[in-house]
Write a protein that binds this ligand. Structure first.
Ligand code: DGY
Length: 338
């Protein structure tokens, strides 16, 4: 008798961690191929919980709330991949992941237009004081309307926009600005090709010139140790008193305490912030400013884009666990083809 033929084939499902809540259909699909430990309660795991969870799995889907460093990886002997549901990956200590032989992946491209749209929305809301205006109406002040007593804003059209960080999202914002007849200047670690500059109608300038001449400054650069406090008191002092500052990059790019002081002292006109040092906490002095628009890190938050980000993160994870090169692998040196 051939007993083997009658024995059901049990293929071992690799264990994975899903560290934050994801769309239920995506989770159900993952459960078909993996033994999933998921955190649908969405309570951010403590560093100890994360370290333990990583020690039990071969792959993990995480977001910016999970810091993946040497301590988190110290017990993770079977871990092959950590897939970030985010394009920014300052929550990854990439050298530590590489030393541990863990592939690091992110979700570029799928959120470029959505994030550029949001950057522009935040700029418009800030320059035209939309949040303050709403508060004004809700406070019953509409009856005080007068030619000079409305929340008066700053124009976007035919003004100068200065973009610091001219990657895909920065270029998306530049292209939107052209539709408003804005003059586009930018500063970036490396200059764009002449073709890309032409497509964005953008002129490269030194950072100091950008700070001095732009009417609206938008920050879209990645967070790195070198970029810490790219905008602090000194830089703000160079800006026009009528300028607006928009940060959709990362907390820590702006010195939030210095910005709060500048806003309170009227050194610049207004700020629009989607990201904060130490978020989800917001500097208490920023919360006291009226000339500010605050959002809870939502630049990529449309349903379509968040689904696309989750799908790409899953594609990265699956590829890594199938022995294939993930489409958005950050530390390519870790990948070894089977
Ligand atoms: C990103 O993907 O980096 C955005 O900031 C959303 O987290």
């Amino acid at each position: 008798m051939n007993t083997q033929a009658n024995t059901p084939q049990t293929t071992r499902k690799p264990k994975i961690l899903v560290a934050r809540a994801i769309f239920p259909e995506a989770l159900a699909k993952l459960e078909e191929s993996f033994e999933v430990r998921s955190n649908q309660s969405d309570q951010v795991l403590s560093p100890q919980e994360l370290q333990k969870a990583l020690s039990e799995v071969e792959g993990a889907l995480v977001a910016g709330s999970e810091r993946i460093d040497a301590a988190a990886l110290s017990q993770a002997k079977s871990l092959k991949v950590v897939s970030n549901i985010s394009v920014g990956y300052n929550n990854f200590d990439v050298p530590a992941m590489t030393v541990a032989g863990v592939m690091a992946t992110n979700t570029p491209d799928v959120l470029t237009d959505t994030t550029a749209d949001f950057g522009f929305a935040l700029l418009m809301a800030t320059a035209r004081r939309i949040t303050e205006s709403e508060h004004w109406v809700r406070a019953g002040k509409w009856g005080q309307w007068s030619i000079v007593n409305n929340p008066l804003g700053m124009d976007l059209h035919h003004s100068t926009i200065g973009i610091i960080g001219m990657g895909r999202i920065g270029q998306g914002i530049a292209k939107r600005a052209l539709g408003f007849g804005m003059k586009v200047i930018y500063h970036n670690r490396s200059r764009l090709s002449p073709e890309d500059e032409k497509a964005c109608g953008a002129a490269y300038v030194a950072k100091e010139e950008l700070l001095r001449t732009a009417d609206h400054i938008v920050l879209v650069l990645p967070y790195t140790a070198q970029n810490h406090h790219t905008i602090g008191a000194q830089e703000i002092a160079l800006m026009k008193p009528t300028a607006t500052l928009i940060n959709i990059a990362r907390g820590g790019i702006v010195d939030d305490a210095a910005l709060a002081q500048a806003l309170q002292a009227g050194k610049i006109f207004a700020a629009g912030l989607d990201v904060f040092e130490g978020e989800p906490a917001v500097h208490p002095e920023l919360l006291k400013c009226s000339n500010i628009v605050i959002a809870p890190h939502i630049a990529s938050a449309t349903e379509k884009t968040r689904r696309a980000m989750v799908d790409l993160a899953i594609e990265n994870l699956r590829a890594a666990l199938d022995g294939k090169k993930p489409p958005s692998l950050i530390n390519a040196e870790v990948f070894k083809a089977d």
